[in-house]
Design a protein around this ligand. Structure first.
Ligand SMILES: Cc1ncc(COP(=O)(O)O)c(C=O)c1O
Length: 408
């Protein structure tokens, strides 16, 4: 339990917060339809199909495929592009492990590029430097809801004839230039777990590419086209979303704009405080982008305070702000699953595939921007039910902790 800065003063804020999602009669009515219809699977049901149509329309894309999680969404996107074992896929190490699980299940090699330490997003120059003849795709994560600079990635991908996948698990409804993220790359992946909208667990993959449409549909359904012949054309998992989840998704999708709008409002209030405190800086957002604030992050410069970011965040917690630091204990490239090659028995696969022909040692990989990001970023979960008072108290707590620990 963290200790408040002034032991005898009450924390700036106390008490529980409101719910993370607006779940109510709309979801219940949709669920009743499904139970009354007696079709809980998407096969024969109507809700997942409706969710896919509504989602595609909202994103302005031709195709949307519902799946069982964000991890399943990225796996499905990788399955669509169908790499050979040992092909390389470049991504960030500041993300959820779900970004790389599907890469490994398709026996491709995750290659980690560095990020910009202030935006938290992939550095296009480092990605370009890591492209090899084996590179098949780039997975661009829009961290915390903050759009990466997509245009140079599209250019890079086109120049090398590789695929650009947007991992939008955290960034539904974030906007780059005039369009939502996810519709820019070749494929966009979303999560409906603990994100802006929920189906308990769930996800979506979108694309505008006609040549991907068929494989996108089948990869989430055991490689089985069902019509005209019931057969399994290639190896693929069952990632079918149930109609119960689809029903909740249909109702949630109608509420997600308001949820994001509330979080953006709260984030803008906090940014005014952060920007006015010496030693604290904002997560940088591109001028022509709109962050959707799955979480709110800001940076503290450890050289200007007497404590590291973790202690700064602990002090915020003691004041009633649900702040955390670091976002990850270390870049995901250092997770045992990767650094110790804990994948397929003791085989060391896919890294030991004879076609790889080089030693990939994640343990010794240097990613200074990523390390710096983890050292400085303080993360505050965003909740659409934060009240004006909640947000004001968060701001007051940030000022109080910053003033207390700032080096004079
Ligand atoms: C960037 C990113 N990608 C993928 C995932 C995986 O999503 P899920 O937890 O729904 O499997 C997450 C989840 O936190 C994520 O943040």
């Amino acid at each position: 339990m963290a200790i408040a800065i002034e032991r005898n003063s009450p924390p700036v804020r106390s008490g529980a917060f409101g719910p993370q999602w607006d779940l109510g009669d709309e979801e219940i009515e949709q669920l009743i339809d499904v139970v009354r219809a007696g079709k809980l699977s998407r096969l024969g049901g109507s809700k997942v199909i409706q969710l896919e149509q509504d989602f595609a329309a909202k994103q302005g894309v031709k195709y949307a495929q519902a799946v069982t999680s964000g991890t399943a969404a990225v796996h499905t996107a990788i399955g669509v592009i169908d790499p050979n074992p040992g092909d390389e896929i470049i991504t960030t190490s500041i993300t959820d492990f779900g970004t790389v699980i599907g890469i490994l299940y398709q026996n491709a090699i995750p290659v980690f590029a560095d990020i910009d330490p202030l935006s938290g997003n992939l550095d296009v120059n480092d990605v370009a430097a890591k492209i090899t003849p084996r590179t098949k795709a780039i997975v661009l994560v829009h961290l915390f809801g903050n759009p990466g600079d997509i245009a140079p990635f599209i250019e890079l991908a086109r120049a090398h004839n590789i695929v650009l996948i947007e991992d939008c698990a955290q960034s539904q409804l974030a906007q780059y230039k005039d369009r939502p993220v996810g519709s820019w790359g070749d494929l966009g992946c979303f999560s409906f777990g603990g994100k802006h909208m929920t189906t308990g667990d769930g996800g979506m993959v979108i694309t505008n590419r006609d040549d991907f449409a068929e494989r996108l549909k089948w990869f989430a359904d055991k490689g089985n086209p069902r019509q005209p012949v019931y057969e399994h054309n290639y190896l693929a998992p069952n990632y079918r979303m149930t109609d119960l989840q689809g029903a909740v998704g249909v109702a949630q999708l109608k509420k997600v704009d308001e949820a994001v709008r509330r979080k953006q409002w709260a984030a803008h209030q906090l940014s005014e405080v952060v920007a006015s405190e010496p030693g604290l800086t904002l997560q940088t957002v591109l001028p022509d982008a709109r962050h959707s604030y799955w979480v709110y992050a800001f940076h503290m410069d450890p050289s200007q305070f007497s404590v590291p970011a973790k202690q700064f965040a602990d002090a915020l917690q003691a004041e009633g702000v649900p702040a955390n630091s670091p976002y990850l204990v270390y870049p995901i490239s250092k997770y045992p699953a990767l650094a110790q090659q804990r994948t397929y028995g003791t085989s060391g696969f896919p890294w030991t595939d004879p076609s790889v022909g080089r030693n990939i040692d994640y343990g010794s990989l240097s990613l200074p921007g990523s390390e710096r990001f983890l050292e400085t970023a303080i993360v505050v979960p965003m909740n659409p039910s934060y009240t004006e008072q909640d947000v004001e108290s968060f701001g007051a707590a940030i000022r109080k902790v910053a003033e207390h620990y700032r080096l004079k």
